[in-house]
Design a protein around this ligand. Structure first.
Ligand code: GDP
Ligand code: MG
Length: 806
């Protein structure tokens, strides 16, 4: 092994180095100076503090530090910075005051002396070995330190920690062999010991030792470490056994997915130990290429809880600097004792703990399981996802039912046909099952309109209710059953765990167009509504994937566009309804793909990162859960019906009613001279090259608020006679519409162009707002311009070329 690695100290008496007194920045008195030695704390926190200039070797002046005052004021690099006391407690310093160095021989200035000390001590790295019992930690420790601790092929040999010190590449490494543990909860003394060591002693680096022959179980502990977000790496130990078993692991890919270096080792004979030490030094110097912070994605339900608990916690980020807030929120959700205690000290702890309790109870109720099981199931989902992409088992002994299903559902050949079959079933069911309630609603609306028409005296109120409210809202309400059914199926796919498999199957294809397999889920949700789809992109860790997915979601036809499609397809393509409808959806998908390719080329040049795609266990869906999820998704749609669409219907009606001509004019003439008629004539020049008239122009304008309103608007503009009419009747009206020459106004080509424009242009105000909030407002503005210009251009081409041909 390495020559410069010689044993300097042999301390059986435990954690000698760690008992060395530490001076923290928070302990420095007012008007004193010190030099920064180390910055502890979790990744995100450390990063922020270091950006403020708190890095090793910098001199800090304590400007104000009254004992009870928070924050404390410091001067660093010539500028004043205030930190909370708890933040300052994560910064280790060496005092520059003379009285702190009684033993200084003073053959230099204090500053020189301290600089030397900081340099020396900065070259000390504390490394904690964390891993399951029997994974080879002690063997690793012995080889690295040259010590001879007892190893044994049974668990429980290491009862407390041992520290060994040695040199490597000019650094002094203090390695701590911690007791083996399967988890970082608080159930056993070992777990508690390791956890306290990690949060209180704050080792510089965590070395996760993993038994390569037992990856799934060993990685469970790894997921808990990832939650804590320390500076870490992995020794993939017992690599010899993995190779012997004939299994294959793509270490590079796994490492890219987990966000830290993984080094294969055989601790028994010392293979790979030098590589681990090299990686430790590189990591400590922040030079390692493979380090990024990943989050384990716990799925929408748990993630929502984490967000909810985080919101009040974020007020106190600094107070909890020992933990990152995501971790604290997760632990609160799990009702973890020690984190709960830490949080209890916060002024708004009652509120925080209350939210955590509510979230926990809700989840336990929905999943009919205790929170610990829910979270560990999800962790195993993460692990299984990571392993199915990187690990090939030598001996095929996959016993669990979940695996058996996966053999078929994520099979290389069967996967995609099965996926297509499911999608086809979903759409088919949406339309066929939806047709029945649709008829009942239509009948109900007609009955209601006739009733009101009969009761109220003829006049404005009568017109407002029948022509405005009922035909506007009613025209959209008719499609509610289809939409509910679509959402029901989407929720079902999510709840069974199949959606995650769909993402997995599509991953290869999605990579080809610059996206990630996980983007597939938002697209499916986007068939229902773009707003939840845009929010669902939160499960994509990579900002690039997120933005690309968000920007292309508007081209996936949402259920709001469906009423318009159905209206026109029904009226003008009676023979090929299904084909034309499918064609429209596919054109949307095509445009999304091309858009993604273009933006990927222009705006993002970096290659895609690797991410784990969670494969949660298959679950038998409970009707209750699925209904809850369906309801969550549908609420927005229902709200839209009661607010935006109702309001828009009334406004459109009013714009068509006023100024009201008292003379006996036809309905057509009335609309033409009304406000809406004038608006239509203003926009007409813009849409005329596409073959549209002013009424279509107006409909497109009102469709900016929500696409369903296009139907409502046409209902008003193409004027139903005296009774309210459902969409079927509106379809007939459109069919009978003529131009001034008396020839039919709509041709199939024109209807198709109209649908094309509706597919591509400005999604709707709600979607744009969601894009603004989830990406940023620049991307929202881009979407507005890009979609509308693209819609105009493509429709223009199709209309002009189509006319030449036909
Ligand atoms: P600890 O409980 O994590 O400290 O594990 P130990 O270091 O006590 O090792 C447990 C057993 O695994 C011992 O019998 C070791 O000899 C054996 N072992 C350790 N590392 C390896 C390795 O890389 N390959 C193989 N085949 N055996 C190993
Ligand atoms: Mg041991």
């Amino acid at each position: 092994m390495n020559k410069d690695r010689k044993i300097e100290e042999l301390e059986n008496s435990n954690t000698q180095y760690l008992d060395e007194p530490r001076l923290l920045l928070s302990e420095m008195k007012e008007h004193t100076r010190c030099m920064i030695l180390k910055v502890h704390g979790h990744g995100g926190f450390r990063h922020r503090i270091m950006e403020l200039g708190f890095v090793r070797g910098e001199i800090v002046d304590v400007v104000k530090n009254a004992p009870l005052l928070d924050p404390v004021e410091y001067r660093i690099m010539g500028s004043h910075v205030s930190l909370r006391r708890s933040e300052a407690a994560n910064i280790e310093v060496v005092s520059l005051e003379a009285d702190a160095h009684p033993d200084n021989p003073f053959n230099g200035t204090i500053e020189e002396h301290v600089t030397h000390e900081v340099e020396e001590r900065g070259k000390q790295i504390t490394v904690a070995l964390v891993g399951n019992p029997n994974c080879g930690k002690t063997s690793f420790f012995n080889f690295a330190t040259g010590l001879r601790e007892k190893v044994g092929n049974y668990s429980g040999v290491t009862v407390s920690s041992k520290t060994g010190t040695f040199h490597h590449e000019g650094y002094t490494i203090n390695m701590v062999d911690l007791p083996g543990t399967y988890s970082l909860t608080e159930y056993t003394p070992e777990e508690l010991y390791v956890r306290e060591f990690l949060t209180e002693q704050k080792p510089d680096i965590v070395l996760n030792v993993v038994d390569a022959g037992n990856l799934e179980r060993n990685l469970f502990l790894t997921t808990q470490l990832i939650d804590q977000n320390p500076l870490m790496l992995m020794a993939l130990n017992m690599y010899d056994e993995l190779q012997r078993s004939g299994s294959q692991l793509d270490i590079q890919q796994l490492s890219a997915m987990l966000g830290f270096p993984i080094v294969p080792t055989v601790a028994k004979n010392g293979t790979g130990i030098n590589d681990v030490l090299g990686a430790i030094v590189k990591l400590y110097e922040h030079q390692h290429q493979i380090t990024k912070h990943i989050h384990i994605n716990y799925g929408e339900d748990v993630e929502r809880c984490i967000r909810q608990i985080r919101t009040p916690l974020d007020f106190h980020e600094a107070t909890l600097a020992a933990y990152c807030n995501r971790y604290a929120a997760l632990k609160l959700l799990e009702a973890d004792k020690s984190v709960t205690e830490t949080v209890s000290a916060l002024p708004n702890s009652d509120e925080i703990l209350q939210i955590a309790k509510q979230c926990r109870e809700r989840l336990e109720h929905e999943y009919r399981n205790d929170i610990a099981t829910i979270i560990s199931d999800l962790k195993y989902g993460f692990i299984r996802g990571a392993l199915s992409e990187t690990f090939k088992n030598g001996d095929d002994q996959k016993k669990q039912l979940g695996y058996a299903l996966d053999v078929v559902l994520t099979n290389r050949w069967l996967g995609i046909p099965v996926l297509l079959l499911f999608m086809w079933l979903m759409f088919q069911a949406t339309f066929t099952i939806g047709a029945y309630p649709q008829q009942w609603i239509e009948m109900g609306i007609e009955w209601l309109a006739n009733l009101i028409h009969g009761i109220l005296p003829a006049g404005m109120l009568n017109d407002l209710l029948t022509d405005g409210v009922i035909s506007g809202v009613g025209g959209v309400l008719v499609f509610l059953p289809n939409i509910l059914i679509l959402f029901f199926f989407i929720s079902l796919l999510e709840d069974t765990g199949y959606m995650a498999r769909a993402a997995f199957i599509m991953d290869k294809f999605m990579h080809k167009i610059g996206l990630h397999g996980k983007s597939f889920i938002p697209y499916i949700i986007g068939l229902g509504c773009g707003v939840p789809a845009i929010m669902a992109t939160r499960t994509l860790e990579n900002p690039k994937d997120r933005i690309l997915t968000i920007l292309t979601i508007p081209f996936i036809s949402c259920s709001a566009r469906l009423p318009v499609y159905l209206l026109f397809v029904g009226a003008f393509f009676p023979k090929n309804q299904g084909l034309v409808l499918m064609g429209i959806y596919l054109i949307g998908v095509l445009v999304a793909i091309v858009t993604s390719l273009i933006i990927n080329k222009v705006a993002f040049k970096k290659a895609t990162d690797q991410f784990v795609m969670e494969l949660p266990p298959y679950r038998f869906p409970t009707l209750r859960n699925t209904l809850i999820h369906m309801w969550d998704k549908s609420v927005m749609y229902l709200k839209k019906m009661g607010t935006v669409i109702l309001l828009a219907s009334v406004i459109i009606w009013a714009l068509g009613y006023f100024p009201h001509s008292t003379e006996n004019v036809t309905k057509q003439q009335q609309v033409e001279q009304s406000f809406i008629g004038r608006l239509g004539h203003t926009v007409e020049p813009v849409v005329r090259p596409l073959g549209f008239d002013w009424k279509m122009g107006v409909s497109l304008c009102t469709g900016l608020a929500a696409k369903e309103i296009i139907v409502s608007t046409m209902g008003v503009l193409y004027g139903a006679d005296d009774s309210a009419e459902g969409t079927v009747a509106l379809g007939t009206k459109l069919h009978e519409a003529t131009d001034s020459m008396g020839t039919p106004f709509f041709t199939p080509l024109k209807a198709f162009c109209f649908l094309l424009f509706i597919l591509l242009y400005f999604p709707c105000i709600a979607a744009i707002t969601a894009i603004g909030r989830e990406a940023n407002w620049k991307w929202a503005a881009f979407t507005v311009c890009y979609t509308t210009m693209l819609a105009w251009l493509i429709t223009f081409l199709v209309w002009q070329v189509g006319n030449l041909i036909i």
